[in-house]
Ligand binder design. Structure first.
Ligand code: IZC
Ligand code: ZN
Length: 402
């Protein structure tokens, strides 16, 4: 999948498979790859025999709400009664319920909990992951969340990329005053930049949350302050979030279930990556999924993600998302592998360092308990990882009994 830019449209099906291959790792970096038969000249301190298993780049997860307090299983009865996601939020539940729990949690408790989720992502083959704030909705707690991401990045094997999502909802104390609230969040930009607490700024552009006009103004200020841009766009209602992402040169437009024809055309002609989250559509019980085929067939670059969060997609299993992409988005296995590796890496500003097995790059690779790459989305709902290597070191291994 070697490429210096994301793969767009039909390029997402150009996948090279080396059969009977070997990979040499030196000082955590990929030093050589080729046919096993040609590897005899390599001196090695340690040999890992993959015994015919599939080896791929470590997976890149480009959209998670990793750090939060509490959980929302108490909202299951409302969900089952058919109360929509945005209505639960309007009643002060949903995101706002998680905000209360996150404000009440200590930093140490948040970190311990986020670390558990991160360990689980790693076990599923993720070696680089984006994490958003957005459950503080005040200066102090947003910073507390972002500090957790920064500290975990220093200690945990998974590399983290941090996104400021202070514009995730309007907190109770600012109801009816979204403009004043966004101004508060803009005031955080200098500190976030100075302390390296966020690389990207994101906003939930949706009916009853933030309008397209508010999102444009907020993201323009973020761009001026030097952040990369992301948008929760056209998830539930077709407001024009995808078009806005293109206007602003955003790195990604995420969700896109309700994207317009014009939005598809604009994305296909832009450098903005479409991040699709079919696990969310599944978990919200919707029948209509994002138009992945139209996006790819029009020439857009697509990435995939769990959208891991305590409300609308409660799973760290990115392999399950690969199955949903096959079954519900009609993506081919080749497209799916691009969407969880190279395209996802470019979606979070790591296209130059992660997402590809390439000589000179960090050896972030997964050995799969699977005979070929079609097999992962095919055998669904379980974990296929055999070993996960981060910078050449085994950081996860499947336990077989005992
Ligand atoms: O906590 O519900 N969609 N934000 C926008 C979310 C889902 C996360 C949540
Ligand atoms: Zn999200």
């Amino acid at each position: 999948m070697e490429s210096d830019r994301p793969k767009k449209g039909a390029e997402m099906r150009e996948l090279t498979v080396l059969e009977n291959a070997a990979l040499a790792i030196k000082d955590g970096v990929i030093a050589w790859m080729g046919k096993d038969a040609e590897a005899a000249h390599l001196e090695s301190a340690e040999v890992i025999d993959a015994e015919g298993r599939l080896v791929t780049p470590g997976l890149i997860e480009p959209h998670t709400h990793l750090v939060f307090g509490g959980s929302r299983e108490h909202e299951i009865p409302l969900k089952l009664q058919g109360v929509p996601y945005l209505e639960i939020l309007r009643q002060g539940g949903g995101i706002l319920s998680t905000v209360r729990a996150t404000r009440n949690a200590t930093k140490a408790a948040l970190k311990l909990k986020a670390e558990k989720h991160l360990d689980r992502f790693l076990s599923y083959g993720v070696t680089t992951l984006e994490a958003k704030s957005g459950y503080g909705l005040n200066k102090e707690t947003e910073i507390k969340q972002l500090e957790v991401v920064k500290e975990l990045n220093e200690t945990h094997p998974v590399d983290l990329v941090s996104t400021f999502l202070g514009a995730h909802a309007i907190p109770e104390e600012f109801q009816g005053q979204s403009g004043r609230y966004l101004q508060e969040m803009v005031e955080l930009f200098p500190e976030l930049k100075a302390r390296g607490l966020a690389e990207f700024v994101d906003i939930f552009c949706e009916t009853g949350v933030f309008s397209v006009a508010e999102s444009r103004d907020f993201l323009e200020k973020a761009k001026q302050a030097g952040f990369g841009l992301k948008i929760h766009a056209d998830e539930i209602d077709p407001l024009g979030g995808a078009e806005l992402a293109c206007d602003l040169g955003a790195a990604t437009a995420d969700h896109l279930v309700a994207i317009s024809e014009e939005g598809i055309r604009r994305l296909a002609g832009s450098d903005t990556i479409a991040v699709l989250l079919p696990g969310t559509t599944f978990y919200l019980g919707k029948d209509v999924y994002a138009p992945a085929r139209k996006l790819i067939d029009s020439g857009a670059a697509v990435a995939l993600s769990t959208d891991f969060n305590p409300g609308s997609s409660v799973t760290e299993n990115i392999q399950l998302i690969m199955s949903l992409a096959m079954l519900k988005l009609q993506m081919t296995p080749e497209e799916i592998w691009h969407a969880v590796t190279i395209n996802a890496s470019f979606a979070i500003g790591r296209g130059e360092v992660a997402g590809q097995i390439r000589v000179g790059r960090a050896a972030d690779v997964v050995i799969w308990d699977a005979p070929n790459y079609h097999y992962i989305p095919y055998h669904y709902g379980i974990n296929h990882t055999y070993q996960v290597l981060k910078k050449g070191k085994c950081v996860y291994a499947k336990r077989i009994r005992g």
